[in-house]
Design a protein around this ligand. Structure first.
Ligand code: NAD
Length: 248
């Protein structure tokens, strides 16, 4: 399915690596104007903007921590200053700080909840008003473990389950204003985040995935583009599981 996003303005949080980068690239290939945020990797961000501009895409990057409320507002304002509208917001930025409850520290809990859940609130809060003017789409990246749970990830699973409850509630608030709010819940994807897994963990994950492989980031990006496209106009409050059958 090729959808034309010509003229569509898109903001992706955490766009320099992994899934976020793939989402940025797919929207760019489809003709959108794309802004993306990053926390610290300025050189990667600059290189990605150059790459996109060489392809003829209007693009720029924004540095800051998604957990900071004022940063979110300033990032959304920067998109509006440049392009007047924001059509699609993808809340992708996320981190893990894994540990069994025995060893999990308060700061591990706070860091993950602040980035993965408060970050989604911050950007949605900044973006919903301008989106209500002309309609739009908010797509939040959760995770399979937000549904299934996972030992060693109480903080991460709570944040990702929170994203689902947040998104369904916001979908109910914004439906009549033509703003759709949906979730993509990936299974295990080949990125820096999963590079941290040891071989035994990786093998046991693969044993449980009927499609018998990790996802490529582009496969998550395709689902995001689907939910942002006119094909999904009547879909809101939905959780699209993209996990190779890991959880059915
Ligand atoms: P990644 O670590 O490769 O990239 C994360 C991106 O988020 C980076 O661009 C980073 O700069 C940005 N980021 C992190 N913390 C930030 C902060 N506080 N402020 C601003 N930017 C910040 O991660 P990924 O694997 O591409 O994951 C992307 C999203 O997908 C995350 O929400 C993650 O939880 C989710 N997810 C990933 C997997 C997987 O297997 N990789 C599975 C399910 C869900």
């Amino acid at each position: 399915m090729t959808v034309d996003f010509d003229g569509t303005t898109v903001l992706v949080t955490g766009g320099t690596r992994g899934i976020g980068r793939a989402i940025v690239q797919k929207f760019a290939e489809a003709g959108a104007r794309v802004a993306f945020t990053y926390r610290s990797s300025a050189a990667e961000a600059e290189a990605l903007v150059e790459e996109l501009e060489e392809q003829g895409t209007e693009a720029f990057s924004l540095q800051g921590d998604v957990a900071d409320f004022d940063v979110a507002q300033s990032h959304v304002d920067a998109v509006l200053d440049r392009w007047d509208t924001l059509d699609v917001l993808v809340n992708n930025a996320g981190i893990t700080r894994d540990g069994l409850m025995l060893r999990l520290e308060e700061e591990d809990w706070d860091a993950v909840l602040d980035t993965n859940l408060k970050g989604v609130f911050n950007f949605s809060k900044a973006a919903y008003r301008p989106m209500m003017r002309s309609g739009g789409s908010i797509i939040n990246i959760s995770s399979v473990v937000g549904t299934t749970g996972n030992a060693g990830q109480t903080n991460y699973a709570a944040s990702k389950a929170g994203v689902v409850g947040f998104s369904k509630s916001l979908a109910k608030e914004l439906g009549s204003r033509d703003v759709n709010v949906n979730v993509v819940a990936p299974g295990y994807v080949q990125t820096d985040m999963t590079d941290e897994l040891d071989d035994d963990t990786r093998d046991s994950i693969l044993d449980a995935v009927p499609l018998d492989r990790l996802a490529d980031p582009s496969e998550i990006a395709k689902s995001v583009l689907f939910l942002a496209s006119p094909a999904a106009d009547y879909i809101t409050g939905h959780v699209l599981h993209v996990n190779g059958g890991l959880s059915m």
